[in-house]
Design a protein around this ligand. Structure first.
Ligand code: THU
Length: 145
């Protein structure tokens, strides 16, 4: 799948966001090493702190469809203007989990809501010196589920 196709899927997913409180719609598409794709969108809650980010929604779908250790690339699109949407800190940590399981420096395409801008980052850039399953050997980093 091309970068543009993955970004388009993230954009389509953003249209399904449930974000009545922030009105900030985020979509995420994740492609596996075998070309399978899952998507997710943010899902807010009247108890604000219970909201779920688009990336974590998509990662949960990835866990079930092909396993976190098969995550190859991720596209995130959010907002409505020209500002690219980069994953929040919590989502970076969740992506780091998949990255360390797979041993891959997962690529993240970050798109703006208006479609005018895209930035490409690796998880290593977004969360340098991160703490992940590799820090918990031998219990961590050995399983995708
Ligand atoms: N949000 C995401 O879904 N992913 C991010 O990485 C950044 C923030 C959501 C959470 C909340 O529903 C809304 O965007 C505003 O913060």
């Amino acid at each position: 799948m091309t970068d543009d196709q993955l970004l388009d899927l993230a954009r389509t997913a953003a249209a399904k966001a449930y974000a009545p409180y922030s009105n900030f719609h985020v979509g995420c598409a994740i492609e596996s090493v075998d070309g399978e794709v899952v998507t997710g969108a943010n899902m807010e809650n009247a108890c604000y702190r219970l909201g779920v980010c688009a990336e974590q929604s998509a990662l949960s779908a990835a866990q079930h469809k092909f396993g976190l250790d098969k995550v190859a690339s991720i596209a995130v699109v959010g907002g409505a203007d020209a500002t690219v949407c980069t994953p929040c800190g919590g989502c970076r940590q969740a992506i780091l989990e998949a990255a360390q399981l797979s041993g891959r420096n997962v690529e993240i395409l970050c798109g703006s809501g208006d479609g005018s801008a895209v930035e490409r980052h690796t998880i290593g850039e977004l969360i340098p010196f991160g703490f992940g399953p590799g820090n918990l050997e031998p219990t961590g980093g050995t399983s995708a589920s």
